[in-house]
Design a binder for this molecule. Sequence first.
Ligand code: HEC
Ligand code: HEC
Length: 459
Amino acid sequence: MLREQSRHFDRRSSFRGHPQKVVSRWGRVPIKTVLAALATYATLLPQNAHSETSARLGGDLTSDLPFPLALQVAAPNVTAPERRELQASGFAPFHRLRTQEEGLGPLFVNNSCGGCHVNNGRGPANVSRSPALPSQMVVKLRIRGRRGLSASEMGSQLLDHSTQGSAPLSARLSWALTEGQYHDGTRYQLRTPKVILHPKNSSAGRVATSLRMAPPIIGPGLLEAVPWTTLFKLSFAQDALKDGVTGRLNWVKDARSGALTVGRFGFKATHPTVEQQTAAALYTDMRMTNPIFHDENLTAEVSESELSALTMYQRLGGVPAAHSQSSPRAAAGKGIFFSLGCELCHRSTLFTGKHKDPELTHQTIHPYSDLLIHNMGPGLADGVQELGATGAEWKTTPLWGLHLLDDRSKASVYLHDGRARTIEEAILWHGGEAARAQHRFTRLSKRERADLIHFLRSL
Ligand code: HEC
Ligand code: HEC
């Protein structure tokens, strides 16, 4: 892999031909600085030497079953019958349509986890279609003029459905189109969503919105099992590289223990564990109280054992194996991925530490994320601060499982608000800390772009 990287390094160095300052894959930085930084990076991250990846993206949890079974059935290394049973016991609570009798609502966004995370994968981009059709996106709300969502307000989101007819507030998406072009003259079009709340004349006028699509649920247990010290070292190493990439940890409160810990789930990494993210989804999207999030003096509508089943279902589910990684085009695309600097954030290899689930312990995984939050520039910013993350900061989205998508299908949307209709569009939106990588992408030839996309779609 190192040789592959340096080949791209050389090619890019010569093609802009600057006399003193070599144009490296990190932009206009003297080559010595780049090498010194690389050395620091390597010592900080012993695992970087292992960046050679395989199709076994989820380590021993990698599943060869077809989608969606790969995500829904216990991973192959979950072998004990009682562990497989525990995982399977979460299928029904995840996919069942909840009713008012069970505690749904009265206001809610969707009546099942699977209604948004379709087949455990990502959801399409739609809100408030009709009172009968639940929304599949979430609109977080913030009263303008106040700083950020506090922990107690994190549940502040649009509840556009009701168990008793229609909800008082709903939303509509309108899309603004902009045009641009690649360095080779190829034109492209991007779209930006605007959330329009109804009725307009209520306090909704003073409300800022943050639109979120439902991300796919792939290997969340493994992401939970990566030691926080690894992530901390990653952020440190990124700073040392001076390529503009400066990811950071989002410190949040663990709702069970009250301790300050590292956020990993959600587009702004606001929840530290699969269990807490699940409990928050029950409480905020379905308005169902549970052992972690509940109103005062109210018994939990979802029991401790049901919450545990939901959690284990996700934690011990499989990670789909990558496809045709060894094809020449995928290999070329992978080289480009490294040479553009994509891998600085979308880390190919991470190692899990010790976890209370033995199946998740000490795995070599290829999620293509550093789980850090990055300032992605004004284009992607929505101005809504959430706990420690600013409106411009987003967690690096893991890229494993991209082969499950099909750009021709309407359901395949990318980025936190589903604005990107293709992988190309998702890359073109990168700004801020990823501006250099984005710029290098726009200068690729058509063939190189296609190879890169080919690689991403093999994951
Ligand atoms: C209304 C749609 C909706 C429903 C219902 C819903 N989710 Fe989500 N889910 C989302 C959105 C949107 C996000 C991203 C949230 C964010 O950015 O903070 C998310 C994030 C997640 C994540 C984190 C994924 C990651 O990689 O960061 C997990 C895990 C999850 N949901 C599980 C569940 C479970 C379990 C349920 C049912 C109890 C559920 N969700 C119900 C929309 C939904
Ligand atoms: C500075 C860190 C950083 C760099 C460098 C970076 N990305 Fe990203 N990437 C992100 C973040 C953060 C997101 C999520 C942004 C959002 O949802 O608004 C993301 C999202 C994506 C997505 C969308 C995934 C999905 O499922 O929605 C793709 C595809 C992607 N990146 C590919 C790339 C490629 C290819 C490169 C190199 C040209 C690259 N990224 C460079 C941080 C980075």
